[in-house]
Design a protein around this ligand. Structure first.
Ligand code: DC
Length: 213
């Protein structure tokens, strides 16, 4: 059984997907972490994120894997590095590259063939797993998402202002929504959940109830 949870940054989809996977005792796939790992490889390789050919070459060469929920780039755990502001800033540019998407979609479908899965991203229900048993699109107002992201960043020692976080979030949304290949959008048959006024526990409960019925 495949369950897809898509949505924009700060919507709470990662936390919800992880908790749902635990509750159902199935695997969890964070596809954003895979795009971030390619973005990190681009930075490490000294390439420009806008150089489509160089990015495609890097995407073809890198090895992306998971050990439980730890992301491995060429066999090395990169959980912390892929959350850096530098990686975050270029991840949506790298994710718009069709060669990157083709490579990562293939890897994601490979994980799906291994058994039941809760997978989260932007295109999991619309493109990667069109036949998924359950599809959710988790969203929230830009203000609610910016506040959540800002709180997380402050907690991890950043001093970015709320207004900077909001602007960066909107820029990333715009790139993810307007790209030509697999833009972020709900699948036609997805259940859409607006979490602006919901706690994570309430969202998990709502999703799990639909799945368990
Ligand atoms: O969910 P995230 O913030 O970790 O995702 C990082 C970037 O990767 C984000 O800009 C969107 C992109 N992404 C994507 O294009 N498709 C996915 N399935 C997951 C993430």
């Amino acid at each position: 059984m495949i369950i897809t949870i898509d949505g924009p940054a700060g919507s709470g989809k990662s936390t919800v997907a992880k908790l749902l996977a635990q509750r159902l005792n199935v695997r969890f796939l964070d596809t954003g972490a895979m795009y971030r790992a390619v973005a990190l490889a681009v930075l490490q390789g000294g390439a420009e994120e806008s150089d489509a050919q160089a990015v495609a070459r890097i995407a073809a060469e890198v090895e992306i894997g998971f050990e439980k929920e730890t992301v491995l780039l060429n066999g090395v755990a990169v959980d912390v590095e892929i959350r850096s502001p530098e990686v975050t800033a270029i991840s949506s540019v790298v994710a718009a590259n069709p060669a990157v998407r083709t490579r990562l979609v293939e890897l994601q479908r490979g994980v799906g063939r291994q058994g039941s899965l809760v997978t989260e991203g932007r295109d999991q229900g619309s493109v990667v797993f069109p036949d998924a048993r359950f599809k959710f699109f988790v969203t929230a107002s830009v203000d609610a998402r910016a506040r959540r992201r800002h709180r997380e960043l402050i907690g991890s020692g950043s001093n970015l202002t709320l207004s900077t976080v909001r602007t960066q979030l909107q820029q990333r949304d715009a790139r993810d929504e307007n790209r030509v290949h697999a833009p972020m959008k709900p699948a036609d048959d997805a259940v859409i959940l607006d979490t602006s006024d919901m706690s994570i526990a309430q969202v998990v409960e709502a999703v799990a109830t639909l799945v368990e019925q």
